[in-house]
Design a binder for this molecule. Structure first.
Ligand code: FES
Length: 116
């Protein structure tokens, strides 16, 4: 593994903080991210909706679909693709688990969509 790659992964929380399909907003460095457990996977995305900055933690998850409850924009968390009313994709990245810690790579989220 590239040593530079190791530096990009930071602890967000622990696996014990989650139950099935629960989402949590976490501080990683100076950034807030949303972590969602989808089955056995953890997926990270920005904490705020790209539409009007509603905290996505107030949204709903059904399978791999995240819905912002403010105006019902939806995304597939596995791809970040917009669904239905959503007008832009959501940056998503797989998180990984190391020794019970959920690790996120903020660099993977750096291509946030331009706000509309
Ligand atoms: S603020 Fe999220 S859909 Fe409008």
């Amino acid at each position: 593994m590239n040593p530079r790659d190791v530096e990009m992964w930071q602890e967000a929380c622990t696996v014990a903080d989650f139950s099935d399909e629960e989402m949590r907003e976490c501080s990683v460095g100076e950034q807030q991210v949303l972590l969602v457990r989808v089955g056995e996977e953890f997926i990270t995305c920005p904490a705020l909706c790209p539409h009007l900055d509603e905290p996505l933690v107030f949204g709903m998850v059904d399978g791999s679909v995240l819905t912002c409850t403010k105006h019902a924009w939806q995304w597939d968390l596995k791809t970040g693709d917009a669904i239905g009313l959503a007008e832009c994709p959501l940056p998503v990245a797989a998180a990984r688990v190391e020794n019970g810690k959920v690790m996120v790579n903020l660099a993977a989220l750096c291509n946030a969509p331009t706000k509309i």
